[in-house]
Design a protein around this ligand. Structure first.
Ligand SMILES: C[S@@+](CC[C@H](N)C(=O)[O-])C[C@H]1O[C@@H](n2cnc3c(N)ncnc32)[C@H](O)[C@@H]1O
Length: 310
C-alpha cells in the first residue's frame, strides 16, 4: 500500500488538517493510521493548543480569559477546560499561570442560599456586576448592608438618617444612568400605625423591625412603595442594568402576603427580567407569645431577587 503524502500539522484538528492539505477527513485519518499517529494523542495536543490559542486571543483583545469564556470560546466542557488549564500550569507555561489560578473554578461555588447578606451580595456582584460595585442604593438607611463591600456612590432613602444620603424623591431628578441599583424596602404591614417624620412608629411597643425600618399601614401602601421603587430603578438603569431587590414575605391580619411574588411579577410588567433568586437564611428570629398559636410557618428567610432591565 502506497503511503499518502500530505502536509500534516500536529497542532491542528483532523478537519483543520484536511482543509489545510486540501484532502478529505478520511484521507487525514488514513495518513495518521499509516504513521501510527494516535488520535488520542492528537486530541490531547489539539485541545491544549486550542485552549492556548483561545487564551492568547482573549489576552490580545484585553479580555480576561475566565473559565466560562474559555468554555464558550473552545466549545469544551467545563471539566475539559479545567483539566487542560491545569496541564498548562503544571508544565510551567508561565504566561497562563495567573489565568489558571484566577479561574472562577478556584473560587467557592456560588450557592443560591447563604447565612449572610454579605455572601449573597458578593456572589451577585461576582455573577452579574462586571464593575464589581453597586452604583445606587434607593433604601440606604445607615448603609449597614455595605459593611465590607464597596459603598454605592448614589445613596437615597425615604427618611435619610445620615449625611450624604438624599431624600428618595430626589431620585426623580436624576438624569444620568447607572449600571446597578439596590432596593431593600420595609416589608412589615401594621395597620393602625402612625409614622413620624423619621419613619418611626409612634405606637408604643410596636414591632421592632417596623420601628427600626418603618412599616406600611396596608398591603396597598406596600405595593405602591414597591411599584415606585421598581419604576425609578427602571428609569435610572441603563439597558441590561441590574436591580437587586431584597424582600421578605409577611403576615397581615393572619393572612400570608407573598410580597416577593408580587415584586417579581410587577417588575416583569415594568420591563425587568428576573434572572436569579438568592435566599438569605436567618438562624434566629424573635418569637412572640403569639407564636404559641401558630397558623403559618415562621419565615426564616429573605429574598434577593436579581432583575435585568430588558
Ligand atoms: C430595611 S431598611 C434598609 C436597610 C439598609 N439596606 C441597610 O443596610 O442599612 C428599609 C429602608 O427603607 C426606607 N423606607 C421607609 N419607607 C419607605 C417607602 N415607603 N419607600 C421606600 N423606602 C422606604 C426606610 O427609611 C429604611 O431606611
Amino acid at each position: 500500500m502506497s503511503k499518502l503524502s500530505i502536509t500534516y500539522t500536529p497542532h491542528l484538528s483532523i478537519p483543520e488538517n484536511a482543509e489545510k492539505a486540501g484532502v478529505s477527513v478520511a484521507a487525514v485519518r488514513k495518513y495518521m493510521a499509516q504513521r501510527d499517529i494516535s488520535g488520542r494523542e492528537n486530541n490531547f495536543r489539539n485541545r491544549l493548543t486550542t485552549l492556548c490559542k483561545a487564551v492568547e486571543r482573549m489576552e490580545k483583545r484585553g479580555i480576561v480569559p475566565t473559565h466560562k469564556r474559555l468554555c464558550e470560546a473552545t466549545g469544551f466542557s467545563s471539566k475539559t477546560v479545567r483539566k487542560y488549564a491545569a496541564i498548562l500550569q503544571k508544565n510551567g507555561v508561565k504566561t497562563y499561570t495567573d489565568l489558571v489560578c484566577n479561574f472562577p473554578s478556584s473560587l467557592p461555588i456560588i450557592k443560591s442560599v447563604a447565612y449572610t447578606q454579605k455572601e449573597i451580595l458578593e456572589n451577585i456582584i461576582r455573577l452579574y456586576i462586571p464593575s464589581k460595585k453597586i452604583d445606587c442604593d434607593l433604601t440606604y438607611s445607615v448603609g449597614k448592608m455595605w459593611k465590607g463591600l464597596p459603598c454605592p456612590a448614589w445613596k437615597f432613602d425615604k427618611y435619610p438618617q445620615i449625611e450624604g444620603v438624599r431624600p428618595l424623591e430626589e431620585v426623580e431628578k436624576m438624569t444620568c444612568k447607572v449600571h446597578s441599583v439596590m432596593a431593600d424596602p420595609p416589608f412589615v404591614i401594621s395597620s393602625g400605625q402612625t409614622i413620624d417624620h423619621m419613619g418611626k412608629s409612634l405606637v408604643h411597643g410596636s414591632n421592632m423591625t417596623s420601628n427600626r425600618f418603618s412599616c406600611f399601614n396596608s398591603e396597598e401602601q406596600m405595593q405602591q412603595a414597591n411599584a415606585y421603587l421598581l419604576s425609578q430603578a427602571y428609569r435610572i438603569l441603563i439597558e441590561k442594568g441590574i436591580l437587586i431587590y431584597k424582600i421578605q414575605d409577611t403576615i397581615s391580619s393572619g393572612k400570608q402576603i407573598f410580597t416577593h411574588l408580587w415584586v417579581a411579577n410587577h417588575a416583569q410588567q415594568v420591563g425587568f427580567e428576573l434572572v436569579d433568586i438568592f435566599i438569605l437564611h436567618t438562624k434566629q428570629r424573635i418569637l412572640s407569645p403569639k407564636h404559641q398559636n401558630q397558623q403559618h410557618a415562621r419565615k426564616y428567610h429573605a429574598y434577593f431577587l436579581v432583575f435585568r432591565k430588558k
